[in-house]
Design a protein around this ligand. Structure first.
Ligand code: SAM
Ligand code: SF4
Ligand code: SF4
Length: 333
């Protein structure tokens, strides 16, 4: 995984340290549309939605200035459904490369030209959702032809050599036996891999939560074998502590200690703040303090271990160390 060059790394880490001390969010996830090209079995988005109240690209500057995150996710729904997504990226950037910007997408609408345009606009990391290493992905996402499209466009974009593409595989009961095969696919396509964990909170459906002894055994074996494949290049993007915490999340049926609203938050497509993508209390931008008091301080929800949490439920020294060793750099790049 490509590391951010030194000067930019220092700016991002500096911003993160100040935010940590001042109880400002480190990560902000902008859900830039609620509409989607897929109807995934594990998700509550899916299909077209009313996009008439979406923020415009220029509005995003006001949010990054007010929240001043060091990391931003651009997500949805499906962010590539917006033709102006590169303009949104430009609008959230300050001078000097910050915030670190991750585009979280299913890539159904990605092309090589769009990938290059989004890189120029300032995307540091492209997170591509992949649930199966073959055409079962199309069935799970209810999008015929998606896997074949990814098999073409992902290696093609990886071929530019920027090393900024990460397959994002959400572990469910359906694909828990594919953990190794997903890593094989990442290697075959010349990209990195990151695992995340299913939460039943989105849809209320427990069926996709690995919970039987057999499934938990497969999970432990899969994660252990992935762990053994680390080679110092950072191609397995999750830290060891995060993979271990993911296993415990499934074994225990939850993970307490969530900092939603405090260390991270979501900005909805129409511009409200939410503590996370699965808690639907909405607050105007100016009322983040009220969200923290009303929600974050008393939050006992333990119902997910999605990546935004797994980055941030750590002590500051560990967080800093994992990010410095994983994404940021103390060498000129
Ligand atoms: C909500 S989607 C939005 C961006 C884009 N549409 C995509 O699929 O990448 C972001 C990520 O959330 C994951 N996701 C969806 N439903 C989930 C659930 N119930 N639990 C955990 N992750 C989930 C998806 O697999 C995807 O990687
Ligand atoms: S996971 Fe992503 S692609 Fe699938 S329905 Fe949800 S938002 Fe759409
Ligand atoms: S554990 Fe935290 S991030 Fe996850 S659903 Fe609950 S409040 Fe949201």
């Amino acid at each position: 995984m490509r590391k951010v060059p030194l000067a930019e790394s220092l700016r991002i880490i500096g911003r993160g340290s100040v935010n940590w001390l001042r109880e400002r969010p480190l990560v902000v996830s902008f859900e830039v549309t609620d509409s989607c090209t897929c109807y995934c079995k594990h998700c509550d988005h899916g299909g077209p939605k009313d996009d008439s109240h979406n923020l415009k690209p220029a509005d995003y500057q006001r949010y990054t200035e007010a929240l001043s995150p060091c990391v931003v996710q651009i997500s949805g729904g499906e962010p590539l459904m917006r033709d102006d997504v590169a303009e949104i990226v430009r609008s959230i950037k300050y001078k000097g490369g910050i915030p670190y910007t991750i585009l979280v997408s299913n890539w159904s609408r990605m092309t090589a030209e769009r990938y290059l345009e989004l890189r120029r606009a300032g995307v540091h990391q492209f997170s591509v959702s992949l649930d199966f290493p073959d055409r079962r992905h199309d069935d799970f996402r209810v999008h015929p032809g998606l896997y074949d499209h990814l098999s073409d466009v992902v290696p093609r974009c990886a071929g530019y050599g920027h090393d900024d593409i990460v397959l994002n595989s959400c572990i469910t009961s359906e694909n828990v036996g594919e953990i190794q095969a997903m890593a094989d696919k990442a290697q075959e396509w010349g990209v990195n891999i990151c695992y995340s964990a299913y939460s039943s909170r989105r849809t209320g459906c427990r069926d996709y939560f690995p919970s039987s002894a057999g499934q938990l055994g497969e999970l432990a074996r899969g994660l252990e074998s992935v762990e053994a494949r680390r080679n110092g290049t950072g191609w397995i993007v999750n830290s060891s502590t995060t993979l271990d915490a993911t296993r415990r999340y499934f074994e225990n049926g939850g993970t307490p200690g969530c900092k939603a609203g405090l260390r991270f938050l979501v900005v909805t497509a129409d511009g409200y703040l939410q503590p996370c993508s699965m808690q639907f209390r909405r607050y105007p931008l100016e009322e983040r303090g009220r969200m923290i008091e009303e929600f974050s301080r008393g939050n006992t929800c333990d119902q997910c271990y999605v990546s935004i949490r797994s980055y941030l439920d750590k002590t500051f020294p560990r967080l800093l160390w994992e990010n410095v060793s994983g994404f940021f750099s103390f060498q000129r790049g």
